[in-house]
Design a protein around this ligand. Sequence first.
Ligand SMILES: [Zn+2]
Length: 353
Amino acid sequence: MTNFWKTLGYRTAMDVLYFSGVHRMLAPLTRGCGLLYMLHRVTPARDEAFQPNAFLEVTPEFLEEVIVDTRAAGVEFVSITEAHRRLVEGDFAGRFAVMTLDDGYQDNLDVALPVFRRHRVPFTVFASSGIADGSCELWWLALERIIAENSAVRIDFEDQRKTVQAGTTAEKDAAYVQLCHWIGYELDEHAQRRAIRALARDAGLDLRALCRSLAMDWDGLRRLKAEPLATVGAHTVGHHAVARMSEAEARAQMAEDVARHEAELGERPQFFAYPYGGKQAAGARDFAIAADLGFKLAVTTRPGQIFPCHREHLTALPRVSLNGLYQKRRYVELLRGGAPFALYNGFRRLDVA
Ligand SMILES: [Zn+2]
């Protein structure tokens, strides 16, 4: 199934749920005590036809709408530190929301921060130290750039030799789906990076320059950290799906990231987000490592709200994605009510295995 049909399918389901009013009937059952919103990039809308990573970008106007609507629904924005306190102390008198942004993109500072300041919303950025160093390959964005700028992509990697056409927008979309699946799922975490380096070399793309152009460096993160509303959390050294690594590698990815944050920012990070964050990227073993390393809270990208029972699973928290393909107030209202997660999770509140 292509992304397009998947999107249309989910959208139709969301619209049926919304316009039927069923979500409002379910809300007393499906609403948690809190929710952790997940964002990546906050940027003005772009008009290119080929935008395979559009789901990772929302506009500042949409972010503003989400903030206003969330407050109007009686949900209080709190810092991640305060959310941790409420969970640990069992303080569930009012519903809370936490804004989180993954990876450490420059637009978090330039575009999102002014919105958060204007509305006095605390937020947390989970930054990978390799991204701040400029040494992380950001393969999903590199792949987008390579396909956008070339009418064919030459693959000359280990035992693979072929050319993928990328002339028209349809070809580019298909090439992205095919190559993203190969690099992101078929190759292991190490081969994945060798492959994107080979593709970038053949296409003349400077991976370090790409990372530098999109992400905050340590000076940027220090500026961010000086903001009273901001918290900086950890996100592994090399932005890896830790569940696909050995236990020793997974632990090193987390522990070395903590050490780099502490050395550069002067404070040990207390919060962590698993890169990619889905079931294949972070599992029970990794939740235990995060707890062992002393993180107060660690967040996945598994969809869901926070319930009192999450007190026992503080390093396996679900989040509510603010997805760039769903920038409509009604979709966020649905997610805030919790009905889509309850239906998706079969009304189970915990998904921590
Ligand atoms: Zn990430």
